[in-house]
Design a protein around this ligand. Sequence first.
Ligand code: NAP
Length: 356
Amino acid sequence: MLHVGINGFGTIGKRVADAVRLQPDMTVAGVTKRSPNFEAVVAHDRGYDLYTADEDSRAQFEAADVPTQGVVSDLVEASDVVVDATPSGVGETYADLYSEYETPALFQGGEDADVAEASFNARANYERAVDAESARVVSCNTTGLSRLFAPIREQFGIEKARVTLVRRGGDPSDTGRGPINDTLPDPVEIPSHHGPDVETVFPDIDIDTMGMKVPTTQMHTHSVNVTLDADPTAAEVRDALSQESRLFLLPEHLDIDGAGKLKEYTRDAGRPRGDVWENCIWAESVTVEDGDLYLFQAIHQEADVVPENIDAIRAVCGRTTSAETSIQRTNGALGIGQDLLDHDTGTRRTGSPADD
Ligand SMILES: NC(=O)c1ccc[n+]([C@@H]2O[C@H](COP(=O)([O-])OP(=O)(O)OC[C@H]3O[C@@H](n4cnc5c(N)ncnc54)[C@H](OP(=O)(O)O)[C@@H]3O)[C@@H](O)[C@H]2O)c1
């Protein structure tokens, strides 16, 4: 049983903690918070041992009567592996602490790629993180693109990829972010940072990306164009993508026209927090014209990296060298893939909600 410490219990950390708890081969050693806000109270209510960022913040917890077990270094010492889910740029300040305790560490996509030995996506390059001292689970957008490009590359070859990312302005709890009433090229420079980030997973891919930000907190939407080496039919591409457990091809009859209905669908299907762990590709958008593939996909920024963190834990701890084995175990424990498909056909759902 792997004891997993989670440093940072925010948008990503709390989802990773709940997902760890559902795995047959892992348990949560504890979670770290800086302030005794509602998420700290939720962590306590769920039975997670709470640790604080430092002694000063521990005093705040004591004043608020929220029990704690120690500070972050105590958690690192008690853990077989640490998932760092602190805010962008904070993770790297903990790298020395993780090394000091010789505790393998996972960082998130908000950190620079050089914070860790490998940039990780389970479907694309699981083996690069096996027994590594550290790995960086790439960002939500890079995860979404890596999962999509891995099978396309293997089956049809990628000559050139061009992606426009229409990005949510912030997460639902990010009250300080925007835009509120605008459409921003973001960043204005081209390529956006997403293309180079995809290259940390696929060093030889030729990709240009453009980013925008829009006033929604729901999901990102990608407009994807890939010039393929081969010239398959759209049906052949659809068939290849439908074999992938973390790609969900939205059937036309579901009448899901955007992120709002998609989130409603996953809430109706019983997903914890309405989380969408898979890339959702509009099936009828998959089009091939003279070897050029086009499609739209939606990426739930709060959720798609969660199963990847679980697989990365197994990889850095050397629990299995097989991506397929880990992916199947993670998917089975969370109910990924089948719960939406079975819900669509009205049959039994698998897996348990992660917030039970
Ligand atoms: N949110 C997304 O859409 C998303 C998607 C993919 C990847 N990521 C990446 O995941 C990472 C975490 O992002 P997030 O959105 O989950 O952040 P978040 O919601 O702001 O959560 C950060 C957590 O870290 C805690 N924290 C802050 N400073 C700390 C410190 N010095 N030591 C220990 N804990 C500290 C916070 O506690 P307090 O609340 O008490 O301050 C909070 O629990 C970032 O690298 C981000 O780029 C985010």
